[in-house]
Every structure is written in structure tokens, then in C-alpha cells.
Design a protein around this ligand. Sequence first.
Ligand code: HEC
Ligand code: HEC
Ligand code: HEC
Ligand code: HEC
Ligand code: HEC
Ligand code: HEC
Ligand code: HEC
Ligand code: HEC
Ligand code: HEC
Length: 320
Amino acid sequence: MIIGSAFFGTLSYASVAPIPDAKFEHAPYGDRVCSLCHQRDDENSPGPLNQPDVNSVCMTCHDGFSGKHLHKAMQTSCTNCHNPHNGNSSRFLRASVPALCTRCHTQIGNIIANSETKHGAVEVGKSCLNCHNPHASKVEKLLNGLPYDLCVNCHNTNTLVDHNGKRLANIKELIESRPYVHAPVAEKDCSACHQTHGSKNFRLLVEPFPATFYSPFEESNYALCFTCHDSTIVTEPETTNLTGFRNGDKNLHFLHVNREDGRGRTCRACHEVHAAEQPHNIRDGVPYGNRGWVLKIHYEQLPQGGRCAKTCHTTREYRR
Ligand code: HEC
Ligand code: HEC
Ligand code: HEC
Ligand code: HEC
Ligand code: HEC
Ligand code: HEC
Ligand code: HEC
Ligand code: HEC
Ligand code: HEC
């Protein structure tokens, strides 16, 4: 993790002197009794602190923060973030969130500023504090809750739209209502596939995955799936063991996906990556035409293969 030089209080960030005509005032400073924290009661020269360090000053009136995970910035000094006297941000923060945070977390700031796919979660509501506690937490990475719970507590409606205005699925409902849940999703590991702060890939994915229904085949475009699954399921035209989706030794993954002509089907043509109603994570239906019709995929498992009824083509069977 890269922490900017602001951490040790340099540049414009240095002073925590009282700010003239500030919007918010810290109660003990309000009465101008400087000696509550300084050695003297002289507004013009209050002198050093009356405790050995800043945090000890704060702890004379506030409880400290406890938790399994403590923020280094909090342990070092409360004044990394709070002006002890007053300020123009609520709680006399020295800048408002997220600027307060990205001043030190420059790498996260860069991800947010430069990512092609941005995440609304860092923009809406309390920004960083939607997911992180600024002081301490029971969960690692100072999270306010378990990552899965954080994700599905926002992704629990049909009203979220992406930056292109496209409606996003209600992931919580989808996962909880469907019987065939993809293993990493069942393990509640959204981060196995998604980056939370921003990403260069479609849908904040950690590795590339095509954005479209059809796409000419290129192995690197499926890097996401192939971090866990063997790419030979789609690269070998013939096989007797690499994939269950074969007819005799004809690899049907190869046949559908591995085409250079722009009619190669992407995995989403058949699979639902989070959770599905049908075995092997086969999706319910596929969009058809440009009016949003959905053609049902009736998939049936057979003892030695499977069958797809009346969808993209007439009923077809495969047998291994
Ligand atoms: C709630 C505690 C508190 C009160 C009350 C308080 N101060 Fe401070 N003040 C601090 C702390 C903490 C620092 C930071 C000291 C440090 O970093 O070593 C500080 C630093 C300062 C500084 C130096 C800022 C800088 O960065 O150079 C000035 C000036 C100052 N206080 C003025 C005052 C005056 C004047 C009063 C009374 C009207 C006052 N303070 C009351 C806690 C307080
Ligand atoms: C002399 C006692 C005293 C000291 C010392 C003190 N505070 Fe406070 N602080 C208060 C009081 C009183 C309030 C107002 C409480 C309230 O509104 O609930 C307050 C409020 C706050 C708030 C706003 C809380 C809120 O809910 O809006 C923050 C943030 C805060 N203090 C931070 C600090 C920090 C940081 C230090 C050390 C630099 C410090 N305090 C030292 C007495 C103190
Ligand atoms: C990394 C930045 C950061 C540091 C360091 C920090 N705080 Fe805060 N603090 C915040 C933010 C941000 C909030 C506002 C939280 C919110 O609105 O949910 C806050 C809120 C508070 C509040 C209001 C009540 C609450 O718990 O939300 C108090 C009191 C407080 N801080 C005291 C302190 C004290 C005392 C220290 C040092 C031991 C400290 N803070 C160090 C960022 C910080
Ligand atoms: C003054 C600099 C500073 C500020 C401001 C700051 N942080 Fe940090 N933060 C740190 C340091 C230092 C670490 C510890 C890095 C390490 O151990 O590698 C850290 C660690 C973290 C971690 C990782 C904790 C872990 O267990 O790995 C998170 C999450 C975090 N900060 C979030 C925030 C958020 C949110 C804010 C704004 C409310 C914020 N930080 C503001 C300096 C800062
Ligand atoms: C949607 C929830 C969410 C929001 C909003 C969010 N984070 Fe995070 N953050 C996470 C999760 C989950 C992790 C741990 C997994 C990971 O690294 O992606 C994390 C990790 C971090 C880390 C530790 C990185 C590391 O490499 O260990 C820092 C620092 C951090 N976040 C800072 C921030 C800052 C600053 C903001 C606001 C600009 C922010 N986060 C907003 C969820 C969030
Ligand atoms: C505070 C609410 C909130 C939380 C928490 C949250 N999200 Fe989001 N998420 C949004 C919003 C709002 C959007 C839609 C705006 C956007 O980013 O395009 C979104 C969009 C997304 C997108 C689509 C982005 C795109 O444009 O293609 C993905 C993927 C996503 N979130 C995954 C996650 C994951 C994984 C987590 C948990 C680590 C999470 N979200 C937590 C609010 C949230
Ligand atoms: C195995 C990898 C993987 C895991 C784990 C995963 N996702 Fe996804 N997610 C994807 C892929 C791939 C897409 C793009 C799907 C598509 O467009 O067909 C996506 C799309 C999304 C979208 C956009 C949905 C839409 O309607 O376009 C959201 C929101 C989302 N994921 C949230 C989550 C959350 C929350 C979790 C954890 C519960 C999670 N994802 C776990 C791979 C994953
Ligand atoms: C983080 C690892 C991981 C990633 C990334 C991942 N998967 Fe999986 N997937 C698994 C695991 C583990 C299983 C269960 C064991 C198995 O069947 O291999 C599984 C099972 C499946 C199944 C169901 C197999 C069955 O017969 O029931 C399908 C279909 C699938 N994955 C498709 C995909 C697609 C498409 C992608 C890319 C969008 C992807 N996976 C990305 C780990 C992953
Ligand atoms: C034309 C539909 C279709 C497409 C496109 C498709 N799959 Fe499959 N896939 C299936 C079927 C049907 C099965 C079940 C095979 C069986 O009977 O065991 C399957 C099974 C799987 C399995 C379980 C292991 C195996 O190979 O049997 C994984 C993993 C998998 N697919 C991943 C992917 C990935 C990754 C992509 C995109 C690169 C993809 N699939 C594209 C139809 C498809």
C-alpha cells in the first residue's frame, strides 16, 4: 500500500491551528478555555499540550476506540483527521471524505480517479464510510461489516443503474432465490471477481471478461474465468475428458465459444455467473432481437449428457 507524504503532516495539511470563522466548533474550544488541552489559558500563547501527546489529550474526555483492527492513522494521532479546535467540515475533519482519506491513500485515490469502470459505492452516501470505519473495526481492512453483507445490502434492489444507465440485477435476491449458486459466490467471496474501488475491466472485474453476448474468441478476454477454470475446456476442438459439454469427443464449448468470426458465444450465452435456476449454472433464457424478448432455455440433464429444448435452435442433445 502506498501512503502519501501527507501522513506525517506536511504541505498545506500541516497546521491544526484554529480556523477563523469556522462552521463547526469543538465544544471545549468554544469556551476559549485553552488550558483544557494546553498548558496555559492565554489565547495568544496557550503553550504546549497539557499531556505528553495528542491522543492522551483527547482521551481525557473521550473513550478511545477499540477493535481487533485499528487504523494506524488513528493510533498515530487524532489530528491526522480532526482539527482539535474547529473546522468547516462536520466533526472538524481537516477535509471531507473522500478527500480526507485519499490524501494519504493516494493509490486508492488514483484507482478511483482513473478507472474506466467506476463504482457508485464510493460516490453515493458517505463515500468511503459506506464500507469503512475511520477508527477501528472488528473486521479486517476496517470494514463496517463482512464484505458480502456490505455488497448485498446495497445490491438488494432493482433500481440501481450503471454509469451507462443500464439497470443492474438485484444480486441479493438472485443469489438467495436460486438453487445453483456458483462456488465462489456461495463462499460469499465477491472480491474473487470484483474490485471494489474501481477497475479497468467491465463490471469492476479483477480480470477481463467480454461485455457482449457474441465475441470473437481470444483467450485473454476470458482471463477472469480461466484464473480458476482450465482454458482447455474451450481451446481443444476434441476431447474425451476436458469438459462434460461434448458430444462424443466433439468439444461443444469449443464449437460455441471458440470462433474468430464474431459469432463466438460468450459464457453468458449459456451460464449465469452468480446463481442459476438450472444445473451447471445454465441461465433461464437468452435475450432475443432488440426489443428485449427473452427466449427460455429449457435445459435438461441426461445420464450421459444434456438437452437444450427450443431455444437458439431446435432441440439438441449431446451424449458423452
Ligand atoms: C480540545 C483540546 C484543545 C483545546 C481546548 C485547544 N487546543 Fe489548541 N491544540 C490542540 C492540539 C491537540 C494541538 C496540536 C498539538 C500538536 O500537534 O502537538 C493544538 C495546537 C494548537 C496550535 C498550534 C497549531 C499548529 O499546528 O501550529 C495553536 C495556535 C492552538 N492550538 C491554539 C489554541 C488556542 C488559542 C486555544 C484556546 C482558545 C486552544 N488551542 C484550545 C488541542 C486543543
Ligand atoms: C475537555 C474535554 C475534551 C477534550 C480534551 C476533547 N474533547 Fe472532543 N468533545 C468534547 C465534548 C464535550 C464534545 C461534544 C460532545 C457532543 O456533542 O456529544 C466533543 C466532541 C467531539 C467531536 C464531535 C463528536 C460528534 O458526535 O459530533 C469530535 C470529533 C471530537 N470531540 C474529537 C476530539 C479530539 C480529536 C480530541 C483531541 C484532540 C478531543 N475531542 C478532545 C470534549 C473534549
Ligand atoms: C482517519 C481519519 C480519522 C482519525 C485519525 C480519527 N478520526 Fe474521528 N472521525 C473520523 C471521521 C471520518 C468521522 C465521522 C464518522 C461518521 O460520520 O460516520 C469521525 C468521527 C469521530 C467522532 C464522532 C463520533 C463517532 O464515533 O463517529 C469522534 C468523537 C471522533 N471521531 C474522535 C476521534 C478521536 C478521539 C480520534 C483519535 C483517537 C480520532 N477521532 C481519529 C475520522 C478520523
Ligand atoms: C494521515 C494519513 C491517513 C489518513 C488521512 C487515512 N489513512 Fe487509512 N491508513 C493510513 C495508514 C498509515 C495505514 C496503515 C497502512 C499499512 O499498515 O500498510 C492505513 C490503513 C488503512 C486501511 C487498511 C487497514 C488494513 O487493515 O489493512 C484502510 C481500509 C484505510 N486506511 C481506510 C481509510 C479511510 C476510509 C480513511 C478516511 C476516513 C483513511 N484511511 C484516512 C493512513 C491514513
Ligand atoms: C463498497 C465498499 C467500499 C467502499 C465504498 C470503499 N472501500 Fe476500501 N475496501 C473495501 C473492501 C471490501 C476492501 C478489502 C478488499 C479489497 O482490497 O478490495 C477494501 C480495502 C481498502 C484498503 C486496503 C487496501 C489494501 O491493499 O489492503 C484501503 C486503504 C481502502 N479500502 C480505502 C478506501 C478509501 C480511501 C475509500 C473511499 C475513497 C474506500 N476504501 C471505499 C470496500 C470499500
Ligand atoms: C453503498 C452502496 C453500495 C455498496 C456497499 C456496494 N455497491 Fe456496487 N454499486 C452501487 C451503485 C450505486 C452502483 C451503480 C452505479 C455504478 O457504479 O455504476 C453499483 C454498481 C456495481 C457494479 C456494476 C458497475 C458497473 O458500472 O459496471 C458492480 C459489479 C458492483 N457494484 C459490485 C459491488 C460489490 C462486489 C460490492 C461489495 C464489495 C458492492 N458493489 C458494494 C452501490 C453499492
Ligand atoms: C465468479 C466470479 C464472480 C463472483 C464471485 C461475483 N461476481 Fe458479480 N459479476 C461477475 C461477472 C462475470 C459479471 C458480468 C456478468 C454479465 O454481464 O453477464 C458480474 C456482474 C455483477 C453485477 C452487475 C449485474 C448486472 O445486472 O449487470 C453486480 C452488481 C455484481 N456482479 C455484484 C456481485 C456481488 C455483490 C457479488 C458477491 C455476492 C459478486 N458479484 C460475485 C462475476 C462474479
Ligand atoms: C474464483 C474462482 C472462480 C472463478 C473466477 C470462476 N469460477 Fe466457475 N467455478 C469455480 C468453482 C470452485 C466451481 C465449482 C467446482 C467446479 O465445478 O469446477 C465453479 C463452477 C462453475 C460452473 C458450474 C459447473 C457445474 O458443472 O456445475 C460453471 C458453469 C462456471 N463455474 C462458470 C464460470 C464462468 C463462466 C466464469 C467466468 C465468468 C467462472 N466460472 C469463473 C470457481 C471459479
Ligand atoms: C452454448 C452454451 C455454453 C456456452 C457458450 C458455455 N458453456 Fe459452459 N457448459 C455448458 C453446458 C451445457 C455445460 C454442462 C456440461 C455437462 O453436461 O456436464 C457446461 C459446463 C461448464 C463447466 C463445468 C465443467 C465442464 O466443462 O463440464 C464450466 C466450468 C463451464 N461450463 C465454463 C464455461 C466458460 C468459462 C464458458 C465461456 C468461456 C462457457 N462455459 C461457455 C454450456 C455452455
